[in-house]
Design a protein around this ligand. Structure first.
Ligand code: SF4
Length: 256
């Protein structure tokens, strides 16, 4: 659950399924991941992007091995101390893996709450308070999953009200008015464009280094950049992020 939630951060389910299976085959528990070098996790991260998550997950595995005997803690406070585990991820793991009585709030759930329950725009704090008010006496994980699915399948930016199971009780649908969640800005950030971005170049650099060490000129040819200064900056960022190691003009995955 922890691995899947980290992989699902800013990434669609369809892209996560194969890497998730691959990762769990290689590392069936946290200790196996922690005992392997970081480069192994970076290789298994192929196709997912946002590689800082891979480094954070490897660090989290080391914390789990060293401080928790290889187990994942059950409560949100302890989960939040793990590298790469933010508010949403901690709540999702606590709810779905351990059945803790916590609300799971992401962009999709924030939209459902603002439209179906409040019919007004909600700030992050209000949305969180409302999510907790709505928790049922039992089956909390199912309730959380249902809200996530409603937001993902029906209450999208362009809502599918005619087929939505909440249509007959949804306040916005019944009362009308301006869309209470036009941007769903209370609980999430928008992704920037990928094509031509530094993120894309970072992915290409790491893609080459997954196959083995490479020279700076080979990396430049692989990413097909005509701007050496930009490539130098991106590589410096990868080194600073702990994803790449550099010795002169030779580059390799960190922890190889
Ligand atoms: S009826 Fe429409 S606005 Fe209301 S929850 Fe369903 S999809 Fe969202």
């Amino acid at each position: 659950m922890l691995v899947s939630e980290v992989m699902l951060q800013q990434t669609q389910v369809a892209r996560v399924l194969e890497p998730w299976r691959r990762f769990l085959d290689a590392f069936p528990n946290a200790t196996a991941c922690a005992d392997a070098p970081l480069s192994s996790t970076l290789r298994l991260w192929e196709g997912l992007g946002y590689h800082r998550r891979a480094r954070a997950l490897h660090r989290a595995a080391c914390v789990l091995r060293d401080d928790y005997g290889g187990a994942v803690p059950e409560d949100v406070v302890a989960l939040r101390t793990l590298p790469g585990v933010g508010e949403y991820t901690a709540h999702a793991v606590a709810s779905f893996a351990f059945g803790q009585r916590v609300a799971v709030l992401d962009t999709n759930v924030g939209r459902v709450l603002a439209r179906a329950v409040a019919n007004r725009t909600l700030g992050a704090r209000e949305a969180c308070d409302l999510a907790y008010e709505l928790l049922p006496a039992s089956n909390v994980a199912s309730h959380n999953q249902a809200l996530l699915d409603l937001g993902a399948q029906y209450c999208r930016s362009k809502p599918r009200c005619t087929s939505c199971p909440l249509a007959r009780s949804c306040r916005w649908n019944l009362e009308g008015g301006p869309d209470p969640a036009p941007l769903s800005a209370a609980v999430s950030r928008r992704q920037s464009a990928f094509e031509g971005s530094d993120r894309q170049v970072r992915g290409r650099v790491l893609g080459l280094l997954r196959r083995g060490d490479a020279s700076l000129s080979a990396v430049g040819a692989h990413v097909a950049t005509t701007d050496p200064a930009r490539l130098e900056r991106i590589i410096a960022d990868l080194v600073a992020d702990g994803l790449v190691e550099r010795a002169g003009r030779r580059l390799r995955l960190a922890g190889s």
